[in-house]
Design a protein around this ligand. Structure first.
Ligand code: SAH
Length: 347
């Protein structure tokens, strides 16, 4: 029988399970604390819960399961650390610690690999291995915090995979991590990044979920976007921007458009002007991400002056625009470089 990870069970369901096996309700709160506050590595590490409760849970196939931390790689240029995890079925996924001016951010994966196949992304080149379970996303957060001995200020779903194509598990992970009886991590410090899965974006906008949404817009030219991102054929730019605008209007969280810049492809002033026009009137900001070299993709990074000129052009049109600092590129931990050890030698 496949074991079920208690980390991925919401508090309410947790109570049901505990009560179902004949134990008092308050045991659920106790156990939840052991898992999400004390962060016990297995049911055997849980102390003040009666043995029959643990036994009943084990019998029903539950345990607290962590994937193996197969590698921990530290950047020599900055404070970035990349963690490679391997699940029991050998599915591999990575999480990245990014430090900036004392703020600690963890970038986590929602899938092992990715089905979206963006032509500039190393994860896209891997194809999809599988969706990550809720507990596997939470495990990245707890294991990285534990290994570094720090608390994270921000959590971003910007690692491997497309979070909106594993939405049930991702939204459950957010619910559990923000549960005040557990980690109590503020939803306003969580950002979910998507390549533009329109129907799920609309659903999220209507939920008013309290977390932030980042949308990888890349270019204002629909045809060019389809060439760069095959997902645009199924979910064209117009609908993506409409859904993002709905999020900007209805949701409490912040909306960001991400724009990866490729030398000579989408980095001209005309491209900046077109992008400003596309998002005019939407309550948002733009994050410019100069392309990071990713295995087998064949694009190149524009020089800093070009990225600055692009930013300036956006600002001139009233758009709040930032350039994302490159972090962890020496360990293949920057945006678009995560491939869980696959392909890296080709970079
Ligand atoms: N699937 C989601 C989240 C993962 S990618 C998404 O597409 O948004 C996180 C960010 O990295 C996205 O904005 C993506 O466009 C960007 N990215 C992908 N490959 C990149 C590369 N080679 N260089 C710089 N950014 C890249």
């Amino acid at each position: 029988m496949k074991k079920k990870d208690l980390k991925g069970v919401e508090f309410e369901r947790f109570e049901d399970v505990v009560v179902k096996y004949g134990f008092e309700k308050y045991r659920a709160a106790q156990l939840f604390g052991w898992i999400h506050v004390k962060r016990a590595g297995g049911l055997d590490a849980v102390k003040n819960i009666p043995a029959p409760v643990k036994e009943a849970l084990l019998q029903a196939g539950y345990d607290i399961i962590y994937p193996a931390m197969a590698e921990k790689t530290e950047s020599r240029r900055d404070a970035t650390v990349k963690f490679l995890f391997k699940a029991a079925d050998s599915a591999a996924f990575e999480a990245v610690r990014i430090e900036d001016k004392g703020r600690e951010t963890l970038c986590i994966s929602s899938q092992s690999g990715c089905a979206c196949a963006c032509g500039f992304c190393a994860t896209g080149k891997m194809g999809l291995k599988r969706n990550l379970e809720t507990g596997e996303m939470i495990a990245q957060f707890y294991a990285a915090a534990g290994a570094l001995g720090i608390k994270f200020d921000n959590l971003v779903f910007m690692g491997m995979g497309e979070p909106l194509l594993n939405w049930d598990n991702v939204s459950r992970a957010i619910d559990i991590l923000s549960d005040r009886r557990g980690s109590n991590f503020s939803r306003s410090r969580i950002t979910v990044s998507t390549c533009g899965i329109t129907p799920v974006m609309k659903k999220i906008a209507r939920m008013e979920p309290g977390f932030n949404l980042a949308v990888s817009v890349i270019t204002a030219d629909n045809e060019q976007r389809s060439k760069l991102m095959p997902v645009n054929v199924k979910y064209p730019l117009k609908g993506v921007v409409e859904a993002a605008a709905e999020f900007g209007r209805k949701a409490k969280g912040r909306l960001t458009f991400e724009c990866v810049l490729f030398d000579g492809i989408n980095d001209s002033l005309q491209h900046a002007e077109a992008l400003a026009g596309l998002i005019r009137g939407i309550n948002c900001r733009v994050n410019i991400i100069p392309y990071n070299s990713a295995a087998g993709t064949g694009y190149s990074r524009p020089d800093t002056l070009k990225a600055l000129a692009f930013q300036k052009a956006l600002k001139r049109r009233g758009v709040e625009a930032y350039i994302r600092k490159e972090k962890g590129a020496d360990i293949k931990a920057a945006c678009g470089q995560l491939a869980a050890g696959e392909n890296n030698s080709q970079c």
